[in-house]
Write a protein that binds this ligand. Structure first.
Ligand code: SF4
Length: 295
């Protein structure tokens, strides 16, 4: 079996930075150290950090009621945090360690700029994703999150006032196809847009590392018999990689650890590519490669 590991496997820069900040905080402070929600979408890495003392604070602020966070250090993960939550945690006595990815910060600033300049803001992404919730928090909730063109049409039909300026950004990790289809749909499928809107401003907030990972996934899917995608089950960027390979018509196996590989012969596949999500450590990807190569 010929096994190829993607060049863009291993932590992305934002996750690498967040994990490093957690490790440094655990090493340097005596107090309790929390991350706000699982620090990355990879249960194996989270378990290893928890074994070194990291605790996970629930994402739902209502659960902080009655907790004593005085003197504790709370790490903001790479997805960011709404400013009111940040202030609330400071008010509870916590010292905040901001590991928000610089690319996510750019998306937050783009959202604030557009809303500040009077644009009706649309965010392409998943409304339940913590990064999107943090972006909305930075504009006081004054934005519409869309992931399908129908949602955009429904919003426009139900909106009573005329819209003159439209701004568009994206969750940093949405796939290029989704972003392109929403931009295209905004122009071609919402007739009101041409009648009402005087200005349309699109700020490209997509993550370069994610785009490169997705492009490489497609290339590898096209030249291999099978692709093994390694990543957390709760990681949306890993799921995007799986979908890209599936759309290319290649057999795909998505697993979290090498143990889930099952029969490493993979039904007789001769050329296999191994990909990893942005929060999958290279060590797990390499373990999968070694198991496959040993056959
Ligand atoms: S995927 Fe991109 S935006 Fe998200 S944390 Fe990694 S580098 Fe930052």
């Amino acid at each position: 079996m010929e096994v190829t590991v993607a060049r863009y496997a291993g932590f992305c820069p934002g996750v690498k930075r967040a994990v490093r900040m957690v490790e440094e905080t655990l090493k340097n402070v005596e107090s309790e150290v929390y991350s706000l929600g699982p620090v990355i979408h990879n249960p194996q890495v989270v378990a290893s950090l928890e074994a070194r003392g990291l605790k996970t604070l629930p994402e739902d602020g209502a659960a902080w009621e009655g907790m004593d966070l005085t003197g504790a250090h709370v790490i903001v993960r790479s997805h960011g945090i709404p400013p009111d939550q940040l202030e609330y945690l400071r008010h509870m006595g916590a010292s905040m360690v901001d590991a928000t990815c610089p690319t996510v910060k750019k998306a937050q600033r783009a959202a604030m700029r557009l809303v500040g300049e009077g644009y009706k803001l649309f965010v392409v992404g998943n409304a339940d994703h913590p990064e999107v919730k943090a972006i909305l928090g930075h504009v006081g909730g004054d934005a519409v999150v869309i992931k399908e063109i129908q949602e955009l049409k429904d919003w426009w039909e139900g909106w009573p006032r005329k819209v003159r300026k439209v701004g568009l950004i994206a969750q940093t990790t949405v796939d290029l196809l989704m972003f392109r289809s929403l931009v295209d749909g905004l122009i071609n499928e919402v007739p009101e847009l041409i009648r009402e809107v005087m200005e349309l401003k699109i700020i490209n907030t997509l993550c370069r590392n994610t785009l490169a990972r997705q492009a490489e996934a497609l290339q590898l899917a096209l030249v291999n018999d099978m692709v093994v995608v390694v990543g957390g089950r709760n990681s949306s960027n890993t799921e995007f990689l799986r979908r890209i390979c599936e759309m290319a018509g290649t057999r795909v196996l998505k697993i979290e650890t090498a143990e889930e590989l099952g029969d490493p012969r993979l039904g007789g596949a001769v050329r296999v590519a191994v990909l990893g999500g942005a929060s999958t450590p290279l060590s797990i990807v390499e373990e999968v490669r070694d198991r496959l190569s040993s056959r």
